[in-house]
Each structure stands twice: as C-alpha cells, then as structure tokens.
Design a protein around this ligand. Structure first.
Ligand code: LLP
Length: 413
C-alpha cells in the first residue's frame, strides 16, 4: 500500500492536509495519524482471509486513541486488549465488548469482573491459576466465561529480545508440552467454556517463517486436543507482523502473509483470530517536532528538538530507527547530527549520527513510522505535558487528543 504521507511541491502532506498547517494550529510535538492509511491496512487483513472464517482483532496497545479505535470499530474490527483500561477505551470509543479478546499474563480479579460484566468474547489465559480465577469470578457473575489457552510454542521469532515472547524462557503462555492436561483442567471447570488456543511469538517480525512454524505447531496441537474429544472452535495466532522503519527496507505484505497462513486452514473447521497492532497503525502515523536549537561540541553536532524520549521512547528503549525528514524539503547542505530532545538524560535521543538537510531553529521535522507504540508509551517525565494527537481524514483534520496542560500534570496529586 502507498503511504498516506507524501511530499507535494516540497511540502509534506498527510492525505490532503499539509503537515505544516497542523503544526501551526495544533503545536508541536504532535502525533498525526491518517485514518485512510489505518483503515486500508485493516481491510488488507480482513480481505486477504477471503472465505476463511476469521476475526481481525486490532491490538489496542499499539495505539489506543479513541478516534483511532472508533474508525476501526466502525469498519468491523475486533479488539485484542491487555488491561481493563484498554477495555474501557474500546467501549468509550463505541466498540462492542462482544468483539473483544482479553490477553495478558497478569489479569487481576477486578479486570476479570469488568470484562465479564461487559460481556467480552473471550479470555486468552496464560496459566492454570488464571483459569481458576476466571472460573471463580464467572461463578459469582452467574455466567460461563469463554476461554482460550495461550500456548508458548517455543519458537525463536528472530526479533529484538525485548519484544520476543514465544520462547520457552519468556514469561508468556503455557508450555506447549503438557498443554493437553491444562486444557482438560479448563474443560472440567464448571464456569468455563474452553473455545480454542492462542499464541503470539513476538513483534516486529520481518520474516513469515517463524509464524508459519508456530501455525504448524498450533494446528498439530488442535488435532491432538480434538483427538481427546476436547472442543476447539478457534485458533488465535496473535500479532507481530513487522514494518520497515528505514527507507531502504520493505514492509512485509499483509496480503501475502495472510494468504500463506490461510492456505493451512482450509477445511479445518476453525475460526482464525489474528491480533495485529503495529502493521495496522505504524506507517500511518508521524510525530511532528520543531527544531529548538543547533549546537556543536568538539566531537559532533546536535539538533535539539521539542520532542523527546518521553514522547517517543522506541529509539532509547530498542535502539529503534525512525526516519526523520524536514516537513518542508530543503536542498543544499546536509549535516550529520544527533537529534535529541530536551530531557535531561544522555539516552534522550530520536536518532544518532543521522544525516539531514541543514535544518535551522524553527524548522519542522517529521519522525516517521510513529503511529504504533508512540503516544501509548509516552510519559510525563521531566514534567513534560504529553503531546497532542491529530486524526486526518482526506482534506480534514481534527484534534484526537488535546495537548496536556500544566494543570493536567498535577491533577490527582
Ligand atoms: N497480541 C499480543 C498478545 C501481544 O503481546 C502483542 C504485542 C500483539 C498482539 C501485537 O503485536 P504487533 O502486531 O503490534 O507486533 N513496544 C514494542 C512492541 C511491544 C509488543 C508487545 N506485544 C515496540 O515498540 O516495538
């Protein structure tokens, strides 16, 4: 798919809106999302499944702004959540609770109660104690809870260690060896309705092979569980498909990925769930920031901008590369600099040793591929109010979250 961001006559646009216009009115730092880009990605998933029964459960953690959730809910998306707060956001955005699956390794009783009272579709359970907890809470609610077992298939997803989840040593899921006994336990609990199995091996996966391998292991497992007479209606393969962060890289095709997967499910009488986050929203978001000052020491040059690690943590936390370009193209000199924020930490940077046109104080920069795991991972560190968020739809844009104020900083203290 074509990216929703392009330069027209030297000026960066999001869909049909000049990025500079948004910065002038909404201020910086500011996240800008393209509704068209997000919906195109969602539809690519959903259409690629064709006739295979499926649900595309958008992983809310990637970008939980209610304007984004509202768009996806209206398009028919299901949602994958990992906390009561995410469920609240989905409902607040007009999403249907019965289209929600609840993942996560440490659900607490109050979250389970909230999910049961809201009538979510199912829980992806990560331990036997969690099964017992949900069974007990479901009894109190006078209901039966649909559950699926999150399996740890012990697969190396070949990604950054901090976002790899499917290896035996990771905290996630239940060991695939011995899962039959746990499923039988779930089946025996009176207030649970076991529906299926799920897995999620990691995030920012650039090659389909580990996912294919885990799908093969899961299909094999479904066969073993059914052979014991256990009911299996759905198989949830999690999320994880990566996107290209550097200009040279290419983003894996959602369509090819799903079609390869679908080939394996024909005739299995299973509803397939997927939980993509990043691949739906990452490339449809940028972070706009303004250059505050340029400074040089004996060793190198710094471009100090008004966005910092509290706004976009990924470079600091994962050594992640995000492309950074001026909002108004300039020709002529280039410079090589560290692009850093105002936060008082050496680890506060958006890019190190980056080549850039010779920008000046006041210039606007766009940090690309910031639609996923951007604002959601931001904080108020250094008492910095969190950035504004904007949603663009064609030639129109609106504030999706206003910039925080100093009063917001002390609210509740
Ligand atoms: N399902 C489960 C159970 C997950 O744990 C995750 C991500 C997803 C789905 C969505 O994965 P995606 O399609 O977005 O790769 N903050 C990190 C990414 C952490 C991902 C955590 N789990 C980053 O900025 O790269």
């Amino acid at each position: 798919m074509k990216t929703p961001f392009e330069y027209r006559n030297g000026a960066l646009h999001c869909e049909d809106v000049p990025a500079a216009e948004i910065a002038a009115q909404a201020g910086t730092p500011c996240f800008v999302y393209s509704a068209g880009g997000i919906l195109a990605r969602y539809r690519e998933y959903s259409e690629a499944f064709g006739d295979i029964p499926h649900h595309v459960c958008y992983a809310v953690k990637a970008n939980s702004n209610t304007a984004v959730l509202r768009q996806l809910a209206a398009a028919g998306a299901w949602f994958d959540i990992v906390s009561g707060g995410e469920l609240f956001r989905v409902i607040h955005a007009g999403g249907q609770a019965d289209r929600v699956v609840f993942s996560g390794v440490g659900k607490i009783a109050s979250e389970v109660d909230y999910a049961l009272a809201s009538g979510i579709h199912s829980f992806n359970c990560e331990s036997e104690s969690e099964l017992d907890l949900i069974d007990a809470r479901a009894r109190l609610h006078g209901t039966r809870a649909r559950v699926s077992l999150r399996v740890n298939p012990d697969i190396n997803p070949e990604t950054h260690p901090k976002i790899s989840t499917g290896l035996r040593e990771n905290k996630f899921g239940i060991d695939i060896a011995g899962i039959e006994r746990v499923y039988e336990h779930a089946h025996a609990l009176p207030n649970l309705e076991p529906e299926g199995v799920s897995c999620h091996i990691g995030s920012q996966l650039m090659k389909p092979d580990p996912v294919m391998e885990s799908a093969a292991r899961m299909i094999d497992l479904v066969g073993r569980l059914r052979a014991r007479g256990l009911p299996i209606r759905h198989l949830d393969l999690g999320g994880g498909l990566g996107v290209a962060y550097s200009p040279g890289g290419s983003t894996p095709s959602i369509r090819d990925f799903v079609e390869r997967l679908s080939g394996r499910f024909a005739g299995l009488d299973l509803t397939i769930f997927v939980e993509p986050g990043r691949s739906i929203v990452a490339e449809s978001g940028i972070l706009l920031t303004q250059v505050i000052v340029r400074k040089r020491n004996q060793l190198k040059e710094f471009v100090v901008v008004d966005a910092a690690m509290n706004d976009l943590l990924r470079p600091t936390l994962y050594e992640a590369h995000h492309e950074i370009r001026p909002v108004l193209q300039r020709s002529g000199h280039t410079l090589t600099a560290d692009i850093v924020g105002p936060v008082c930490e050496t680890g506060d940077y958006l890019a190190l040793g980056r080549q850039l046109p010779a920008v000046e104080p006041g210039d606007l920069l766009a940090v690309f591929t910031a639609g996923a795991y951007g604002f959601v991972m931001s904080s108020n560190y250094n008492a910095r109010p969190r950035a504004a968020e904007v949603l663009v739809e064609g030639g129109a844009w609106s504030i999706a979250r206003r910039r925080e104020t100093y009063d917001d900083l002390v609210r509740g203290e």
